[in-house]
Design a protein around this ligand. Structure first.
Ligand code: NHX
Ligand code: ZN
Length: 652
């Protein structure tokens, strides 16, 4: 599903030249200020022809001064030999004047040179102008950032999606059939409101799409608009939130006004939790503002008549934090869960995205879907894109299964680290560790089949064995749990068996963590320990199921000890099962480890064949898989039975 192509409206400023000219003007003003300061007569010092005051006095007494022009602080004039002079004067000029009078020198007095009134005004208003300029600049910037520059502060930033901006229909929405059907009804309402009104039915005012990120909420909303053929306004909850109290509320008001003008229409509010959080939490400005915005939203939703033809669709991935008032009938009275797709859903989603990609014949969407449990629509879109990019980089014309495989590993675990320097001993250790996992897999019928085993480092792991579940499983049984405990321990046991007690490595930490979590969940959540009984002790963290969160239940010391003992017992029973298998089949362990050292990656089928016949049955044993060229693994062209697996290093 092609989620997240939210539209960006047309406004992208376009006012840069304007901004530039403003900057230029500010610059000119600053230069002018400097100029005026520099050339102001009062601060200038006379340079040429200047004489000392004492010399000037001597010249007067000697009768050598012909004419003097007096101005405050300065005297200029000519001596009797017709040379010009300039002299700085003290404030009191009385003595000089008396002396000059005595000698009969012509005295001109010049009024203080006053700059023009305009210059003074300019000079005095410069700081103010500068400030004004900057304020203007900042304001414009703010307005621009707040979306449509032409509009005011309190205007809604809802954008109208028109048909030509990539029309989406329900055909583009795959893998979430229930959600789609639920919303198809809304399309019916919009197409023929009277049909429902006639029987006294009220068209719902709002629907809330609830689902994890990337599951296709936005896409679904756009599909409704595309199908109904009505205007579709889209806005994000965070668009309402502003620093200033009241702005958000006024935006809500404006948005509804806009919507009413183009009714029937759909208003889509993405990430509504940004405004719709439960009220009354903290204190402060930010909170006041959000509350007012939310109140306004509630008021507006109550305000329009049900048959006016405006339907509000909101999306969130946190329905738990929403204010209960929003969920009341008459507002968002329909909640549509958009789940992460199941295996069938993933197949359909992959098919949608693969439409645009030239595929090699060995690509089977179902196989990819099997290997990607928990992927959302957006994750799958990303996977297809990564595979296409990879194929392009390898210079291929078609995107093959090997590219999808590599893309998936890359998305889940990071890129391969072929450049990682590993010495022979480390390689051998890794090979035996993975061979240990693989061999236990083969001898535990309840475990998933193997997709592949590899000793090519990727992400944090030096090597891994990937299982490939046949289907998404919704329940998980005791036999499989025990099998997985044994499989997890297989790596560690193989290390110990081959290299000795003292040579066991630290690398099994991931395996140990996985086994411990599984065992803890078995004891404290699933009632799989006879001694503890079917009692929930959710003191344990339940991250094994990916739900996170730590809850506390009171528990006695004895219970706590018992639980720990039972967990230990379970993990150790896995250890024993692994040890039994690997001791009995050491020959196969060597065989597998050596094959891994030689080929680096083996498929599940190859491992099976190797154990059964002593040969992996590869068409070109020396070719395709030998020291690989930069660019990555190419999986050999044999029929691959059960490719792909899940993200954990060894599986379990
Ligand atoms: C290290 N890494 O840290 C090196 C680089 C024992 C052959 N010194 O069990 O790679 O030792 O079956 C999830 C994913 C720990 C959790 C990766 C926890 C990696 C992986 C450390 C193989 N395969 N261990 C494994 C491994 C290591 C580690 C993880 C994890 C090794 C083992 C990592
Ligand atoms: Zn391991």
């Amino acid at each position: 599903m092609n989620d997240g192509d939210k539209q960006n409206g047309g406004d992208n400023g376009g006012n840069n030249p304007w901004m530039k000219s403003l900057l230029i003007w500010v610059g000119i003003l600053a230069a002018l200020a400097l100029f005026v300061t520099l050339f102001d007569g009062r601060t200038a010092t006379p340079a040429t022809g200047s004489v000392a005051y004492s010399t000037f006095l001597d010249k007067i007494d000697a009768g050598e001064v012909k004419e003097v022009n007096l101005s405050p602080g300065l005297a200029t004039g000519t001596f009797t030999d017709n040379t010009k002079f300039r002299v700085n004067m003290p404030a009191l000029t009385q003595t000089v004047e008396t002396a000059l009078r005595k000698k009969g020198v012509t005295i001109n007095v010049r009024a203080e040179e006053s700059p023009s009134i305009w210059l003074i005004m300019l000079y005095n208003s410069l700081p103010f102008l500068l400030f004004l300029g900057i304020a203007f600049f900042v304001l414009r910037q703010m307005q621009k950032n707040s979306g449509s520059g032409a509009m005011g502060f309190g205007k809604s930033r809802a954008r109208l999606l028109t048909q030509k901006e990539g029309k989406v229909t329900f055909d583009d929405v795959a893998g979430i059939d229930e959600a789609r059907e639920e919303l198809q009804e809304i399309v019916e309402f919009l197409k023929d409101p009277t049909k429902f009104a006639r029987l006294g039915g009220k068209i719902p005012k709002g629907a809330l799409l609830v689902g994890s990120p990337g599951t296709g909420k936005t896409l679904l909303a756009r599909a409704i608009a595309g199908e109904a053929g009505v205007p579709f306004f889209t806005i994000s909850g965070s668009d309402f939130v502003e620093m200033f109290v009241g702005v958000g509320a006024s935006r809500v008001r404006d948005m509804f006004e806009q919507a009413k003008k183009s009714a029937p229409c759909i208003v889509f509010i993405d990430e509504i939790d940004a405004v719709g959080r439960s009220r009354g939490g903290g204190i402060g400005n930010q909170n006041d503002e959000r509350e007012q915005t939310l109140n306004q939203l509630l008021v507006e939703m109550d305000g329009f008549e049900a048959n006016e033809g405006i339907i509000i669709i909101a999306a969130t991935n946190r329905p738990d934090v929403l204010d209960p008032a929003l969920l009341r009938p008459g507002r968002f009275d329909r909640q549509v869960v958009v789940p992460t797709p199941d295996i069938e859903g993933r197949v359909k989603i992959l098919q949608v995205h693969m439409r645009k990609v030239p595929l090699a014949p060995d690509v089977d969407p179902r196989v990819i879907a099997r290997g990607t449990p928990g992927f959302s629509g957006a994750d799958l879109a990303n996977l297809v894109n990564e595979a296409a990019l990879l194929a392009a980089r390898r210079g291929k014309r078609l995107v093959a299964a090997s590219e999808f495989d590599e893309a998936r590993d890359k998305v889940l675990m990071g890129p391969e680290r072929r450049s990682m320097v590993m010495n022979e001993d480390e390689k051998r250790m890794t090979a035996y560790h993975e061979a240990g996992h693989a061999l236990v897999f083969m001898h535990e019928p309840a475990s998933d089949p193997i997709h592949k085993a590899t000793i090519i480092p990727r992400g944090r792991a030096l090597g891994m064995v990937q299982p490939l579940p046949e289907r998404d499983s919704y329940s998980y049984h005791r036999d499989k749990m025990h099998a997985n405990l044994a499989v997890s321990m297989g790596g560690r046991v193989a290390e110990e068996l081959i290299f000795g007690y003292d040579k066991v490595s630290s690398g099994a930490s991931g395996d140990i963590q996985q086994a411990t979590r599984l065992a803890r969940a078995m004891v404290t959540m699933w009632g799989m320990s006879d001694k503890v009984g079917p009692i929930e002790h959710t003191y344990a963290d339940d991250s094994y199921l990916g739900q996170g969160g730590l809850r506390n239940a009171p528990m006695s010391n004895d219970t706590s000890k018992l639980i720990d003992a039972e967990i230990k017992g379970l993990v150790e029973s896995g250890l024993k099962r692994a040890r039994d298998v690997l001791t009995e089949h050491v020959d196969k362990l060597h065989l597998l480890a050596n094959a891994l050292l030689e080929y680096e990656t083996l498929t599940g089928e190859e491992i099976k064949r190797l154990i059964a016949t002593g040969d992996i049955g590869r068409e070109d044993p020396a070719g395709i898989h030998k020291p690989l060229p930069a660019g990555g693994t190419s999986i050999p062209k044999i029929r691959r039975p059960k490719p792909f697996g899940n993200p954990t290093p060894q599986g379990a």
